[in-house]
Design a protein. Sequence first.
Length: 93
Amino acid sequence: MSPTLPNDPVLREAQRIAGRKLGLLVHATVYLVVNGMLVLVAWSAGSGAWPLFPAAGWGIGLLVHALVVLGPFDAIRRRLVEREVRRIESGRR
């Protein structure tokens, strides 16, 4: 493994990507714990399937988070950044 400098752009990008993936992992863990507790509360109170509603709503948010972190959006963002860097370096604003 080659040594990296603190200001190395590759290191910064790797840290950014790792941070986004860790954020998704935390989000998914909290989702599972909280919704699991809601299911247990509903089950112990015999109050039906109401936990499905918050789980579905939050699940949509978690799905979008996963798509942004793991899906095509990151590649699109990188292409846009590279295009802007080329535009700025060429002197166009």
